[in-house]
Structures are given as structure tokens and as C-alpha cells.
Design a protein around this ligand. Structure first.
Ligand code: ATP
Ligand code: MG
Length: 434
């Protein structure tokens, strides 16, 4: 029969990579927890309207990239293209904003965008996202940026630079939009069709268009920084002041507008030059209008999202030393049915004590079992035959040193535990969560 392949733009996470993902995710969650963020999990699919309103009707994401379908009940459903809208929806729906603010949420989530697959750009990808709801204070922007930097520090990544901008509020955009309309009107013929449609309602979106022609025109367009209102200007200056005080290096890049409509004031990206054209590993900023837009009270908020595939690309490029899979503490090799039965119980007892333990499931010869134990890197093996059971003496071999120990059956688990403690050479290598 014909083989079925994974859909274009998706990636299987194979066992060889699983521990890398696990390590990355646990570092991210632990860092977030230290900063006071708590995890939220929301559905993979939401009402299409959530993203139309939350992300913005005229964004590339909504206009071109969403996986939208009608379910059997006739509802328009969309696979989440990003995490913020769902998190904010849930916070509003469950009244989380009625508690003491700020509300700090984080998530690890899959996202779906119908994009042209290429290095660092997938149709199913994963994000680590954080949202801090309820504060408009510039110190929150600064701390969020420090948090993002802390993450890169945690992985020892230094070659990542921060680019910063302010895209103001709806108030400052009035004048700015007029300036953009005037500028782009002169190039109307050359703009792509989507951008022509954006000119009236949301000309800032043209600045984020991926079409090379629009990009070239946009490069000379007026920049929002020249149009900020007093409040937004002061907010931006204060954020920069905090970053300077904390000695966080950054570049102001007035061309950053971000791909989602909900952003206001501070926006930022962390970019790595080592992974090709899709170098933005983390993007975020303030979205003061979103909570209200989604039916909640009018509270300011901010957050960021990090692309996990891109983070892993950076880590691979840097040859980051992942911890890798922990080797099993012990592998039971058996000769005969009695030995197999005993192994099953002893193995289970050690597993209950928190050790990673395994036994032969393939009916292999003793020689092949030992070879397999070597292959999986077992730290110890127990070899059990009928004679050993009769003599109540089981041999345990330290696979690193070749030393052999003996134990009776009844005290096997206890003796093994002591053995592990004694073999300090392998401390930390043995999986024991007990
Ligand atoms: P880009 O400019 O690369 O399209 P974006 O502005 O659409 O990015 P965001 O919506 O801000 O990206 O998403 C946050 C992060 O998620 C990005 O910085 C990136 O690391 C990652 N990301 C976004 N789209 C994809 C994708 N299609 N495949 C893999 N990672 C992605
Ligand atoms: Mg995009």
C-alpha cells in the first residue's frame, strides 16, 4: 500500500529529539515560574471570530495564514495561529482579571499557520508564550525584556540581539496613518493587491508585508517614532531608561511593527543571525487594547512569544550540550522462564523505587541480552539463571568498571540501592526520582 507522509510544513518530534525538547521546555517553565508566571492551557481550536478580532482582520495571519473550517455544527472554527488571543479569552471568560493584578500567564503551545514552509517557518510550530495582564507601567515592559534575556542566558546564548521600537497607540496613529497613506498612495500601482486593500483601513500592515516589492517600498516609508504622542513617547523613553539602568543592550529599530494588530507602544524582537532569514526567535510587546477588544475590562497588558523550533535551531547551531537521555540504572538479563518471572518482579520493584530499569522483552539469547544492555548504556546488569535462583545469589555487574556484586533475592532492591549510592562515580547518572 502507498505510504502516507506527514502534511507539508509539519515536523515529527522523534524520540532522538524528545529529551532536547523536554529540557528546553522545562528550563522555560522553570524560568517563567521564578518570574511569577503560571501555566495556562487553552484549546487548539477557537471560534474564528476570536482571531479576527484579536489578531486583526487585515493582518497576514488572518487574511492568508489561518486554518479555518466549518465544523459539523456549522460553526467557523480556526486552529490557533498564536497563543495570546486564546489566553486572554480564557482569562476574561473565567474572571481571572478580578484577582489581584498583574495576572501572569505562560504556556507552551502548538500554533498553525498556512505559510510557505522553509527553514524556521512551519505550518505547525510551537511557541513558548507569556502574558502579563493588568499593568501599563513601563517597568513591566523592562522586566519582560529582562525575562526574555534571562532565557537566552539560561541556554548560554550570547549572539542574540534585541531590537526595540514603539508603535504608539491609536491616538498617535491617526497622524501616522495619514502620513503612510500619503506615502503609499504614490506607489499604489506597485503594491501587492492585499496591501492596496490595507491602505485605507490599516496602512501600517503594509510595513509588515512579506512581498519583496512591498518591502522595498516600505523601506522608505515614514516611521512611527516620529509620530508618537507625548504619552507614548514618554513611556518609550522610560522603558529605554530602565533597560539602560539594567545594562541591557538594544538597538532601536523603527521598522519593527510586528505581525499582529493588537500591539501598542513597546514592541521588540530578539534576533539571531546564525539561523538564516528566519532569525527572529522571540517577539513581543504591549497590547493595551486587546483585553477590552475581547470583551474584558479595559486593562493594559503585554507579553511575548518565542518560536521553539527556532530556539532549537539556534541551540543546534551553537552545538549546545544537551543533557541527553538518562541511561537505565539496571538491565535484567535472564536465562529461562523462572529467571524471567523473577526479573519481572525485581524490575518492577526497582521501578517503583524510582529507578529506570528494564528487562529483555525479545526472548534473546544471554549474549544478545548483554549486547543490548551495552547498547542502551545500562549502568548495571543483573544476570539471573536457574542456578542463581536456587542458590539465592544474583550477580549484579557494574557495566562501567566490570566489578561484580552479589545479592540474595529478598534484599535485592535494598542492596541495589546501596550499590548505586556507593558507586559515587556514577552519581547523578542514575535516574532516581524516589
Ligand atoms: P515572522 O516575521 O517570522 O513571520 P511573526 O511576526 O509572524 O514572525 P509572531 O506571530 O510574533 O511571529 O510569533 C512569535 C514567534 O513565533 C516568532 O518570532 C517565531 O520565532 C515563531 N514563529 C512564527 N511563525 C512561525 C512559523 N511559521 N514557523 C515557525 N516559527 C514561527
Ligand atoms: Mg509571520
Amino acid at each position: 500500500m502507498a505510504q502516507i507522509k506527514a502534511p507539508r510544513g509539519t515536523q515529527d518530534m522523534l524520540p532522538a529529539n524528545a529529551s532536547k525538547w523536554e529540557e528546553v521546555e522545562s528550563t522555560l517553565l522553570a524560568t517563567a515560574k521564578a518570574y511569577g508566571f503560571r501555566e495556562i492551557r487553552t484549546p487548539v481550536f477557537e471560534s474564528t471570530e476570536l482571531f479576527q478580532r484579536g489578531v486583526g482582520d487585515l493582518t497576514d495571519v488572518v487574511q492568508k495564514e489561518m486554518y479555518t473550517f466549518e465544523d459539523k455544527g456549522g460553526r467557523s472554527i480556526t486552529l490557533r495561529p498564536e497563543g495570546t488571543a486564546g489566553a486572554v479569552r480564557a482569562a476574561v471568560e473565567h474572571g481571572l482579571l478580578n484577582d489581584a493584578l498583574p495576572l501572569k500567564l505562560c504556556y507552551l503551545t502548538s500554533c498553525y499557520r498556512y505559510e510557505k514552509p522553509q527553514a524556521g517557518r512551519l505550518r505547525e510550530f510551537h511557541q513558548f508564550g507569556v502574558e502579563c495582564l493588568g499593568t501599563g507601567e513601563p517597568i513591566a515592559d523592562a522586566q519582560l525584556i529582562l525575562f526574555a534575556r534571562r532565557i537566552f542566558d539560561a541556554f548560554g546564548l550570547e549572539n542574540i540581539h534585541l531590537e526595540l521600537n514603539s508603535i504608539g497607540c491609536p491616538h498617535c496613529r491617526e497622524n501616522y496613518y495619514n502620513a503612510l497613506r500619503e506615502y503609499f498612495s504614490a506607489h499604489l500601482e506597485t503594491l501587492c493587491e492585499t496591501c492596496r486593500g490595507r491602505l485605507e483601513k490599516n496602512p501600517m500592515r503594509i510595513l509588515d508585508c512579506k512581498s519583496p516589492v512591498c518591502k522595498e517600498i516600505a523601506a522608505q516609508a515614514p516611521v512611527i517614532l516620529d509620530y508618537l504622542c507625548d504619552e507614548c513617547r514618554e513611556h518609550f523613553e522610560t522603558v529605554k531608561g530602565y533597560l539602560d539602568a539594567a545594562e541591557v543592550p538594544y538597538t532601536v529599530n523603527p521598522r519593527i511593527v510586528r505581525g499582529l494588530d493588537y500591539y501598542t507602544k513597546t514592541v521588540f524582537e530578539f534576533i539571531c543571525d546564525d539561523i538564516g532569514a528566519q532569525g527572529t526567535v522571540l517577539g513581543g510587546g504591549r497590547y493595551d487594547g486587546l483585553v477590552e477588544e475581547l470583551g474584558g475590562k479595559s486593562v493594559p497588558a503585554l507579553g511575548f512569544a518565542m518560536g521553539l523550533e527556532r530556539l532549537l535551531m539556534v541551540l543546534e547551531a551553537k552545538q549546545y550540550a544537551f543533557e541527553g537521555d538518562a541511561a537505565p540504572a539496571i538491565y535484567f538479563c535472564n536465562i529461562g522462564q523462572n529467571a524471567l518471572r523473577l526479573s519481572l518482579s525485581l524490575c518492577d520493584e526497582l521501578l517503583a523505587d524510582g529507578f529506570a530499569a528494564d528487562l529483555d522483552l525479545m526472548g534473546r539469547s544471554l549474549k544478545a541480552q548483554m549486547k543490548y544492555a551495552n547498547k542502551i548504556g545500562a549502568l548495571f546488569t543483573a544476570v539471573i539463571g536457574d542456578d542463581d535462583i536456587a542458590g539465592d545469589c544474583i550477580k549484579i555487574k557494574n557495566m562501567r568498571t566490570g566489578e561484580v556484586y552479589e545479592s540474595n533475592v529478598a534484599d535485592f532492591a535494598e542492596n541495589f540501592e546501596n550499590l548505586v549510592i556507593q558507586s559515587t562515580l556514577f552519581e547523578g547518572e542514575v535516574e532516581n526520582n524516589g
